[in-house]
Design a protein around this ligand. Structure first.
Ligand code: HPA
Length: 271
């Protein structure tokens, strides 16, 4: 079965559940999943029921699509995403973004938890993603290009939409929130980085390191979607603090989730 044939079946199923027009796709990373609870007139579709959809293996990820209205916009949110480190290939990791594009979404709002590399960052900071470095050792567009989906050689010069970033900055300023800005460097995981990898990331120009987002943004750009990316700095990256653990990542996202949710929601209202 071709990708297009699978997508047609997936989209048909999602339409049959009552999903109509979609403006914004939302990928809610660790700690931000709760934002989906604020969606009005919800249609909830568990991943397990969706034809050709992978099933998330990460604890703490709900694993469902939530469709409805958020901040006056028609959104399709992923409550829980697929990571490369789970063993899914890159086409699988990014399949939901293809689905969003197939449902005619024009934009993607993507969030994540990540480690701070920039020495001026503090755990709990929110960071607007200005650009990324794909250091995952793979690219979701490797393979035959489906020309009707997007170009063979996509231009990544403006992956993170500048006018969307300006809106997020204005919203943050109006809330008195010190929104950081920076470059996200994607590693495959599941190990956290070594201290030297973090030093390398900083020299390379990264402000934060994480294990997601890059594949989804590549496919979003390929599909012609405008992208807004916001990270939560949950910890300082390896070598910058005593040790790293997933508990701290969860604790930090819990601590700042109210702020994170309101920033995303209020920004969405103005996009
Ligand atoms: N590195 C990679 N991914 C992460 C980190 C980190 O320090 N924190 C949260 N996700």
């Amino acid at each position: 079965m071709t990708l297009q044939e699978k997508l047609t079946e997936t989209i048909q199923y999602i339409h049959n559940q009552g999903v109509q027009e979609v403006e914004f796709g939302l990928i809610l990373g660790s700690g931000l999943g709760e934002l989906a609870e604020e969606i009005e007139d919800k249609v909830v579709i568990p991943y397990a029921n969706i034809p050709h959809f992978p099933v998330s293996t990460v604890v703490g990820h709900a694993g469902q699509l939530v469709y409805g209205t958020l901040a006056g916009k028609k959104v399709l949110a992923m409550q829980g995403r697929f990571h490369y480190y789970e063993g899914h290939n890159m086409q699988v990791v990014t399949y939901p973004v293809r689905v969003m594009a197939g449902l005619k979404a024009h934009s993607l709002v993507v969030t994540n938890a990540c480690g701070g590399v920039n020495e001026s960052f503090t755990p709990g900071d929110l960071m607007l993603i200005t650009d990324h470095i794909n250091f995952m050792g793979a690219n979701p567009l490797i393979g035959k290009n489906e020309d009707e989906m997007g170009p063979r050689f996509p231009d990544m010069s403006k992956a993170y939409d500048e006018s969307y970033r300006n809106v997020a900055k204005e919203v943050a300023a109006s809330k008195g929130l010190h929104l950081k800005e920076g470059v996200y460097m994607g590693f495959s995981g599941p190990t956290y980085e070594t201290p030297v990898e973090v030093r390398f990331a900083r020299i390379a120009g990264a402000d934060a390191v994480g294990m997601s987002t890059v594949p989804e943004v590549i496919v979003a750009v390929h599909s012609g979607l405008r992208v807004l990316g916001i990270s939560c700095i949950t910890n300082l990256a390896a070598g910058m603090q005593a040790n790293l653990n997933h508990e701290e990542v969860v604790e930090t996202t819990e601590r700042v989730k109210a702020e994170f949710k309101s920033l995303v929601k209020e920004t969405l209202a103005k996009l």
